[in-house]
Write a protein that binds this ligand. Structure first.
Ligand SMILES: C[S@@+](CC[C@H](N)C(=O)[O-])C[C@H]1O[C@@H](n2cnc3c(N)ncnc32)[C@H](O)[C@@H]1O
Length: 400
């Protein structure tokens, strides 16, 4: 392999190369090349088309070998994105049996079940906690408006009984240096802003600096899919001002919807006359009332609407025109997989209905990959050597 001569380099930069390569247990030239590769990829950016060349989740990656846990894992969209940054998944929780089947087929791990029954001390130490948790309202009856941020009562009172409460308990016990959370776009307006206030207040009370942004996956895949991403950095590890920026979509031309379609899809995905007639009548009725409801006939050269977990019902939000004289069709499960940016070689091991639900619930791995890259960039200077295999998390450092 090539030898890299590092000459005329600023001494601080040279020290950084020496220390980082030592921490990562790679040769200095390997470290420099991996950094250059990352810069190159940042300039062109990964797109859907990279998936052809991109290794599957089990193949070698570049980046930082941080340890992460994948909670509310679904089919592992977070995991793929973090593994592509070099991350190593050390624990998974997902209780849905069908999602577990897919997860096992894709990653070889059977996820642990209900998060409410998992003892925090059974979760290994980790650098990053990733979770796409469901959005639930918090019942704060009896708590005055002033106190509604969870500050005076503490998160235990305010979030009690919710899935976020269990997540917060794990965060409190394990103190992962980095949090990567994902949720629906309307999290901020949910329950008139109260849900978001409690979530942010809780994370801040736990000592995390919180960044959040709604990101549309349409820059990476041909689908409008807006999700809020929340990043937390433990201020006890990074201080209060760790610089962090959310990624912009790649500068390469966005993929078009037609790029994810199969040329010869099975006939069974074409809508029956009965269903197509119903959808048209339903849309006309609502149009007459001035409502926007209706089916979504997708522009083949554009991007589709959001794939939802209810797509299996009638497929109405993403219909595919098939030319004059033929009813439109819905996406096949392999096309839904591609529309979400999951690689083609990940097998579909569940029924069509379950596959649509799983893809409709999932996060786009390319977006997580891009966010993961920004996280790695922010934390690089804080890496340490630890006996527990983590790059940030000191063994036994559960208290702040
Ligand atoms: C929005 S989905 C997350 C999808 C995931 N990010 C992906 O890429 O597939 C939320 C997941 O949380 C799971 N879930 C809900 N309640 C749970 C619980 N109590 N324990 C474990 N998993 C749970 C659901 O089954 C669902 O798959």
């Amino acid at each position: 392999m090539p030898q890299l001569l590092i000459r005329n380099v600023d001494p601080a930069l040279k020290r950084w190369i020496e220390e980082s390569s030592y921490d990562l247990r790679v040769a200095q030239w390997q470290f420099v090349v991996s950094q250059l590769r990352q810069v190159q990829r940042q300039r062109t950016g990964p797109t859907l088309f990279d998936m052809e060349k991109k290794p599957g989740p089990s193949l070698p990656q570049q980046g930082l070998p941080v340890r992460f846990v994948d909670l509310f894992a679904g089919i592992g969209g977070m995991r793929i994105g973090l593994e592509r940054n070099g991350g190593k998944c050390v624990f998974t929780s997902e209780w849905d049996k069908n999602a577990q089947r897919t997860y096992r087929a894709w990653f070889g791990d059977l996820p642990h079940g209900d998060i409410r029954e998992i003892a925090s001390d059974s979760i290994p130490d980790h650098d990053i906690l990733a979770a796409g948790f469901p959005c639930q309202p918090f019942s704060i009856a009896g708590v005055s408006k002033k106190k509604s941020l969870g500050r005076e009562h503490g998160f235990r009172d305010v979030t009690q009984g919710t899935l976020f409460f269990h997540l917060a308990k794990i965060i409190e016990a394990k103190r992962p240096p980095v949090l990567l959370l994902e949720n629906v776009k309307n999290l901020k307006s949910h329950d008139r802003g109260q849900t978001w206030n409690v979530i942010r207040g809780t994370l801040e009370d736990l000592g995390y600096t919180v960044h959040h942004k709604v990101i549309d996956a349409a820059g990476w895949v041909p689908q409008h899919r807006e999700r809020v991403f929340i990043i937390g950095f433990d201020s006890a590890v990074f201080g209060p001002d760790l610089p962090f920026e959310f990624p912009s979509p790649p500068s390469a031309p966005s993929p078009r919807f037609r790029d994810i379609l199969d040329p010869h899809p099975p006939e069974k995905y074409t809508l029956t006359d009965h269903l197509w007639g119903y959808l048209q009548r339903y849309a006309a009725k609502h149009q007459a009332k001035g409502n926007g409801f209706g089916f979504g006939m997708t522009d083949l050269d554009g991007v589709s609407r959001t794939l939802s977990a209810r797509y299996y019902k009638d497929g109405s939000e993403i219909l595919i025109p098939q030319g004059r004289g033929k009813n439109p069709r819905r996406l096949s499960p392999p096309e839904a997989r591609r529309l979400m940016g999951f690689p083609d070689d990940l097998p579909i091991v569940v029924s069509d209905t379950q596959a649509y639900k799983q893809f409709g619930n999932a996060v786009v791995p390319l977006v997580v990959e891009a966010i993961g890259r920004e996280i790695m960039r922010s934390i690089t200077r804080h890496l340490i050597r630890t006996p527990n295999g983590c790059l940030l998390k000191r063994a036994g450092s559960t208290k702040r």
